[in-house]
Design a protein around this ligand. Structure first.
Ligand SMILES: C[S@@+](CC[C@H](N)C(=O)[O-])C[C@H]1O[C@@H](n2cnc3c(N)ncnc32)[C@H](O)[C@@H]1O
Length: 289
């Protein structure tokens, strides 16, 4: 791969997915894209880049997807799901007792372990939410992971990561070496391909947003832009849940940390976000691509 190829890929990935690669990540590109170039019958990364420059959009999509990190597992980090059960849901049950509805968005849900973990948490509190209308929307940049999430089929290895055995037995059906999430749990989740760099106001408003382990790949301006746009579609008394290595602190005051609950944030009543409809010019340009 020539330095020009690397710069081309770096810019393309930043524009298409937000991935912010430093100048020394050639090895990462090679480890992810050499298998793809082989699969396409190409001699290497330079030939891959030539084909992309020639206008192959399907190849470009495959390159962007190959460069995303889809690592996830059931009840990842545990604490956010404890917060969901012990802090978020008790407040929601009180605050929404009148309208009995709840909308949750998993904004980078990958292969589904995160939204299914939330669905199982909710199933475990069936009595408290009886008669409620609950929506869980799982979105991701990658169509491939969305398809896997929709199918809800996991290997033995995947169900052994984070999922308590009682939940496996209760909420999954075994089929040979694989396990599928039961239809009632699958039916709780809607799936959709969505790029966080693009406008998402059409999704409506949410009471709870899980946006975990995706913003770490973005630069500061992109993170700020996404936080400000999330602030516009979260209910004023809603909850934002971030990954263990992510925070709003020092980036925006549209959200404030929930005291003593790591990773949990609430919209700031003062709402310092820019006026509705304004998208930072850089991202507005990306949305048009
Ligand atoms: C490391 S996984 C995190 C999955 C899950 N939230 C968790 O914490 O276990 C990051 C996911 O973000 C997705 N992603 C990367 N860039 C994105 C973008 N611009 N818009 C939406 N999703 C994106 C990737 O496809 C990947 O599935």
């Amino acid at each position: 791969m020539t330095p020009t190829d690397y710069e081309y890929l770096r810019k393309l990935l930043k524009d298409r997915s937000g991935l912010d690669l430093s100048a020394d990540k050639q090895y990462l590109i090679e480890s992810r894209l050499l298998p793809l170039s082989r699969k396409e019958g190409l001699a290497g990364i330079s030939e891959l880049v030539q084909k992309m420059k020639g206008g192959s959009t399907s190849l470009t999509t495959q390159v962007v997807e190959a460069m995303t990190t889809n690592e996830t597992f059931f009840f990842r980090d545990k604490v956010p799901f404890d917060h969901f059960r012990d802090a978020i849901m008790p407040e929601i049950l009180k605050a929404r007792a009148g309208r009995k509805s709840l909308r949750i968005w998993c904004a980078a849900g990958s292969t589904g372990q995160e939204p299914y973990s939330l669905a199982m948490c909710l199933k475990e509190m069936s009595a408290a939410i009886s008669g409620w209308r609950i929506e869980i929307l799982a979105t991701d940049l990658s169509q491939e992971v969305i398809e896997k999430s929709r199918a809800g089929i996991y290997s033995q290895f995947e169900v052994q990561r984070g999922l308590p055995i009682q939940m496996l037995v209760k909420y999954f059906k075994q089929n040979g070496e694989l396990w599928q999430v039961n239809p009632d749990i699958r039916a709780m989740i809607q799936h959709r391909q969505l790029n966080l760099l693009h406008d998402f106001t059409q999704l409506g408003t949410f009471d709870v947003i899980f946006c975990r382990n995706v913003l770490i790949y973005f630069d500061q301006d992109t993170k700020i832009n996404i936080f400000n746009r999330l602030a516009k579609i979260i209910e004023p008394d809603g909850f934002l849940v971030l990954g263990a290595a992510e925070t709003v602190v020092g980036l925006t005051d549209t959200f404030k940390p929930f005291p003593e609950k790591r990773g949990l944030y609430r919209p700031n009543a003062a709402r310092a976000a820019p006026a509705a409809g304004i998208v930072a010019p850089k991202l507005a340009a990306m949305a048009g691509r």
